[in-house]
Design a protein around this ligand. Structure first.
Ligand SMILES: NC(=O)NCCC(=O)O
Ligand SMILES: [Zn+2]
Ligand SMILES: [Zn+2]
Length: 480
């Protein structure tokens, strides 16, 4: 059935205006004043914003890590995402050395298919470059629609790749039009600092932060930027936490390097002191890179405001406090790294960013949706409100305040790192390709209705959005 969203304020990355939005067969077919359509269901959006659905470029659902598996799978994770105003996620497909990439991708499809309630894509981890990987990569990128490659510069002896692998990945990405993503920390130095701390008897969660100084996040970011320049390739730095990394990205962009940066709500809102909470509660706040001293938060907000950082990912990687985080009791290095954020990413950015005057409403849409769609080959099918786009839409009430709590969240995890924080605004109704997923704050979606999205290559979709270049609408993804 067609739907007509009436009397809302449509907000995109560039516009804000009163209009009705007509949806037919899952696609936006008309936008204008006083629209009518016989037989269409009227969806009243008076007093509400009509935003494009959020796109979360960084999730880890049902992912084995740290001797356990993340608490949210594709059903609970995407349901929580939808409650929070996100209509597409891009999850990280892990790979193993010696295993064909196609098998790893198959594993990830099996985790997601029949479970996701919103659309999803995958990034592909690159653990090694050899003849088999080189032979498989073109198919992954051009046929499977997995157009972003992830290299870890940390987690030694687990995920970490060496600089040669990063460089060769950058070269291949340039050749095939993929976007390389890096976790930028110096894993070799961190391993040494952890060993030193444990030998000195320093086992509490705070030592997780103290053994991963911001200086070496900056160092790794700068190294990755320089390798990108050398390869003439393109790079997206995930979960940027600190001034040193922001400076490296800004410097590289000034020199014309095609480099982008993502931060996450936890780095904007929480600081290193959270790891000092008593009774091992600091373990709830163990992310890598770690939470930083508070002054870094202002740097990150300023970087979002002035465009040195461009996107917000959740890095949703949920572990229960009881039964998972406590694997690290007595040894901080065994605390599973990561936290739950898929549900709160969108509203935190609205409340802390727009309402507090740190970014504009248009910047909010850009950072939480549009820019991500452009960088990751989803635009213009997703990431904006325009005729011809998927009707992935959030009807958002800006006139309420609420308190974030594990008591009321929908993530499958026993704590919320933002517990007690009062925020303004709330997604009320969320549509995925024109179908209700959330209606008047109730879940009415269908488990398994989410579709895998084959994404455009970086070259096809984003050629026009490189630093210093004019932007234009290009490309678009396809569902399978
Ligand atoms: N960030 C984190 O601590 N956990 C998730 C894995 C990663 O993104 O590094
Ligand atoms: Zn990471
Ligand atoms: Zn992550």
């Amino acid at each position: 059935m067609s739907k007509l969203i009436k009397n809302g304020t449509v907000v995109t990355a560039v516009d804000q205006y009163q209009a009705d939005v007509l949806i037919e067969n899952g696609i936006i077919t008309q936008i204008g004043l006083n629209l009518s359509k016989e037989g269409a269901e009227i969806v009243d959006a008076s007093g509400h914003y009509v935003f494009p659905g959020g796109i979360d470029p960084h999730t880890h659902l049902e992912m084995p890590f740290g001797g356990t598996v993340t608490a949210d799978d594709f059903e609970t994770g995407t349901t929580a995402a939808a409650f929070g105003g996100t209509t597409t996620i891009i999850d990280f497909c892990l790979t193993n050395k010696g295993r064909p990439l196609s098998q790893s991708v198959q594993t990830w499809h099996q985790k997601a298919a029949g479970k996701a309630v919103i659309d999803y894509g995958f990034h592909l981890m690159i653990a090694e470059i050899n003849d088999e990987v080189l032979a498989e990569l073109p198919k992954m990128i051009h046929e499977e629609g997995i157009t972003s490659l992830k290299v870890f510069m940390a987690y030694k002896n687990v995920f970490q790749a060496d600089d040669g692998t990063l460089y060769r990945t950058l070269v291949e990405a340039k050749r095939h039009g993929a976007l390389v993503m890096v976790h930028a920390e110096n894993g070799d130095v961190i391993e040494y600092l952890i060993k030193e701390a444990l030998e000195a008897g320093n086992t509490d969660p705070i030592y997780h932060a103290l053994t991963r100084p911001s200086l070496i996040e900056g160092e790794a970011t700068g190294r990755a930027a320089k390798l990108t320049a050398l390869a003439g390739s393109q790079l997206y730095v995930v979960h940027v936490t600190c001034e040193e990394a922001v400076q490296q990205i800004a410097e590289a962009r000034n020199q014309g390097v095609d480099i982008w940066g993502e931060t996450c709500p936890q780095y904007l809102m929480l600081d290193q002191t959270y790891l000092e909470k008593p009774n091992f509660e600091g373990a709830k706040y163990v992310w890598s890179p770690p939470l930083r001293p508070q002054y870094h938060q202002e740097t990150l907000w300023t970087a979002l405001k002035n465009g040195q950082l461009q996107t917000l990912g959740s890095d949703h990687c949920s572990f229960n406090f009881n039964g998972q985080k406590d694997l690290g009791l007595g040894d901080f290095s065994k605390i599973p790294n990561g936290g739950p954020c898929i549900e709160d990413r969108f509203s935190i950015l609205y409340s802390e960013g727009v309402v507090k005057g740190r970014i504009t409403l248009n910047q909010f849409v850009d950072i939480v949706s549009t820019r991500i769609a452009k960088l990751f080959g989803l635009f213009p099918k997703k990431g904006t409100i325009a005729v011809g786009c998927d009707a992935d839409i959030v009807i958002f009430n800006p006139n309420v305040t609420r308190t974030i709590s594990a008591e009321t969240h929908h993530m499958n995890v026993d704590y919320n790192p933002f517990e007690g924080i009062v925020i303004s605004g709330e997604p009320v109704t969320v549509l995925s390709r024109g179908e209700y997923v959330i209606r008047n704050k109730q879940f009415v979606g269908t488990v398994g209705a989410g579709q895998f999205v084959k994404r455009d290559t970086y070259h096809a979709a984003s050629r026009e959005v490189k630093p210093g270049k004019e932007e234009s609408v290009k490309g678009g993804a396809t569902h399978v």
